[in-house]
Design a protein around this ligand. Structure first.
Ligand SMILES: [Zn+2]
Length: 382
């Protein structure tokens, strides 16, 4: 097969001392802009099929690998294979800069989220391998999910497709999603809902404006309510989520000499995961009482799930290694899809999330080993 990683990159005999930079470079250098993940999925599949301790399933350009150790509990490690488009000139192949502990790998995907993928691939090869000196037995069963089409519209999501085709493959007690967090645990995610708030008026020539009713003027109280809105800070499972209600668009007007008869304010509400979609919608309907409100788009949040003993052990492993404590995730990630499947999930991976999708995407090499070591310690129950 053409698309293959050099087995030396994931050899457990060398990995304990390696920093994973070469493996990450290899994963990034197989371009995989959304819709073009096949080559990388082939390489991932080939690598995982070479591991006798894993049962591997391919669905489109998603690859699922599972240990079958008969453990009581199962942890899912998941990451998307696709990236946003390259820059012009292209920010690939990757390049390594600096020396020693300060090395940084630059290039598309290094942060979002092939660093997470590389860490998971290394663990997939290492944990649960039988019969060699590096044998390391995890205390839980493990499922690795690598999937396509995350950076595009939700309907195309490879994780969504797996949930429809093979929900059994995603089953587990707890999930870690490899979205960048600078090696901190970021729990759950906020929900998001978008609504259009409409005013109506009566059109008239602006030279005889007293015959009309101006719908844009009628929107003034909507904007005043938004400007005066005090967003809540909500504690969920010990993490404080900061909400926000914001106008993200306004549309109205027919021509330069017409009193407009309609105006629409588009409002986005980012809400704490303690509220469900119905509560979020009700909150906006109450805020804009008296106006026509239409929901255009909504995705539920996800609770951080940090009350699970598995999560507590994970948090302890990270605290021990980095001194970091769990934080809330601002923004929406696929942990919400796991929440919908009833699986508590957190984000955890190398890379500064604010560099995701940036032209100068880059990751500190030392964060790769930190994340690998924290996950390995936790999963081996050490
Ligand atoms: Zn991502």
């Amino acid at each position: 097969m053409q698309n293959r990683f050099d087995p030396a990159l994931v050899d457990p005999a060398t990995l304990p001392s390696s920093d994973l930079a070469d493996l990450l470079a290899a994963v990034c250098d197989i371009e995989s802009v959304s819709g073009d993940e096949t080559a990388l999925a082939d390489a991932v599949e080939a690598l995982l099929r070479d591991q006798p301790h894993l049962e591997v399933t391919r669905d489109g350009d998603a690859v699922v690998a599972r240990t079958l150790l008969g453990r009581e509990r199962r942890v899912v490690l998941a990451g998307h294979l696709d990236t946003v488009p390259l820059t012009d000139p292209p920010n690939l192949p990757t390049r390594l800069e600096g020396t020693g502990d300060d090395r940084v790998l630059w290039g598309r995907g290094t942060v979002d989220m092939k660093a997470g993928v590389a860490v998971m691939l290394a663990l997939a090869v290492e944990l649960g391998r039988q019969g060699d000196e590096q044998s390391t037995e995890p205390v839980v069963d493990l499922t690795y999910v690598f999937y396509d089409h995350e950076e595009v519209e939700a309907a195309k999501s490879g994780l969504g497709r797996l949930a429809r085709h093979r929900p059994d493959l995603l089953a587990g007690d707890f999930a870690v999603l490899g979205e960048p967090t600078s090696a901190d645990i970021e729990g759950g995610c906020q929900g998001t809902i978008r609504v259009e708030v409409r005013t109506r008026g009566v059109a008239a020539h602006s030279a005889r404006s007293w015959r009309g009713e101006n719908a844009i003027h009628a929107a003034a109280p909507i904007l005043a309510r938004l400007a005066g809105y005090r967003a809540a800070e909500v504690e969920v499972d010990g993490l404080v989520y900061r909400e926000g209600v914001n106008a993200v668009g306004i549309h109205g007007g027919i021509a330069g000499n017409v009193v407009p008869d309609a105006c629409t304010v588009t409002v986005n509400y980012r809400f704490a995961p303690s509220r469900d979609l119905a509560e979020a919608e009700a909150h906006l309907r109450e805020l804009f009482d008296g106006y026509e409100v239409t929901v255009t788009d909504a995705s539920p949040g996800a609770r951080p799930g940090l009350d699970d003993p598995l999560a507590a052990d994970f948090a302890a492993a990270v605290l021990e290694l980095t001194g970091g404590v769990p934080k809330p995730k601002f923004g929406w990630t696929d942990v919400a899809r796991f929440a919908e499947l009833g699986i508590p999930a957190v984000n955890f991976a190398p890379g500064d999330p604010s560099l995701a999708h940036a032209d100068d995407e880059r990751v500190p090499v030392r964060e790769l080993a930190v994340c690998r070591d924290a996950l390995r310690t936790w999963l081996r129950g050490a």
